[in-house]
Design a protein around this ligand. Structure first.
Ligand SMILES: Nc1nc2c(ncn2[C@@H]2O[C@H](COP(=O)(O)OP(=O)(O)O)[C@@H](O)[C@H]2O)c(=O)[nH]1
Ligand SMILES: [Mg+2]
Length: 238
């Protein structure tokens, strides 16, 4: 079979110092296109992305969102646009270079035998580099908690580096999604797993960003505590 074609969705909020390098890394892969979803970043990321769209014309597009911002809202709009494109695989990754574009081929290849491939920090050969202790503890705790409440068997439920088989993504009830922030990642995984999708994990080294700031907040943490229970409750309703 020929190499699958992929569209990578990258949400951005204040990533001016990362987005150019990220785009160059993704564009190394000939079969891959890029969709940057910017939420009117005050630091001018959107304008830089427009320049990249001219530089990589035909392979890189920018979606400028207006209205309330959020990681989940950005992905939702990105998914809807991506599903209109004729590609085999739809991927998600962060803009801050924590996710190495060099791992894209491994993730894309993994969906030949799965419906969703997750770039995983918590399988053998997966690692986290340069994270402060509190982030390591928070992420580990979040994963144990999510697994316990939802009974998912995935080791890294909160990873934002993913590749979906197009038909799998198209089968998700996107209009039922309630998460507008980071818990979008948990919700989409849960919806896919409940539908019987085959989820596989591909080891990645997650490297903490060197430039710009994390948008993770206390509110995100609280949301991650509540979301698994909301999902289970919704699932048990007739
Ligand atoms: N479009 C958009 N992107 C966001 C938003 N919040 C975070 N992001 C992006 O989501 C990715 C992950 O965010 P980051 O702050 O690095 O989270 P962390 O890695 O968990 O610390 C990055 O590419 C961010 O720019 C948002 O509200 N809107
Ligand atoms: Mg990050």
């Amino acid at each position: 079979m020929s190499t699958p074609t992929a569209l990578v969705i990258v949400p951005t909020y204040n990533e001016r110092d990362n987005v150019t390098l990220l785009a160059a890394g993704v564009m190394q892969h000939e079969n891959v296109r890029l969709l940057i979803v910017d939420d009117q970043s005050p630091d001018g990321t959107g304008e830089i992305a427009d320049g990249l769209a001219r530089q990589y014309a035909g392979r890189l597009e920018v979606l400028h969102r207006t209205g309330p911002r959020g990681l989940g809202l950005a992905y939702l709009d990105g998914f809807k646009k991506a599903l209109g494109a004729s590609v085999d695989v739809i991927c998600q990754m962060d803009a801050d270079l924590s996710h190495d574009p060099a791992r894209l081929p491994a993730l894309i290849a993994a969906v030949a035998n799965a419906d969703l491939a997750i770039g995983s920090r918590y399988v053998p050969d997966g690692t986290v580099v340069n994270w402060p202790l509190f982030r390591v503890v928070l992420s580990r705790f979040a994963n144990i908690y999510v697994r316990r409440v939802t009974r998912l068997h995935v080791r890294d439920c909160t990873s934002g580096y993913r590749c979906w088989r197009r038909a799998t993504l198209a089968s998700l009830p996107l209009d039922r999604i309630f998460s507008d922030g980071y818990s979008f990642l948990i919700e989409t995984l849960y919806l896919a797993a409940r539908r019987g999708c085959r989820v596989t994990e591909v080891p990645i080294a997650f490297v903490e960003r060197r430039r710009g700031e994390s948008k993770l907040s206390g509110a995100v943490f609280v949301e991650s505590l509540v979301t698994p229970w909301r999902l289970v409750a919704r699932n048990s309703r007739p």
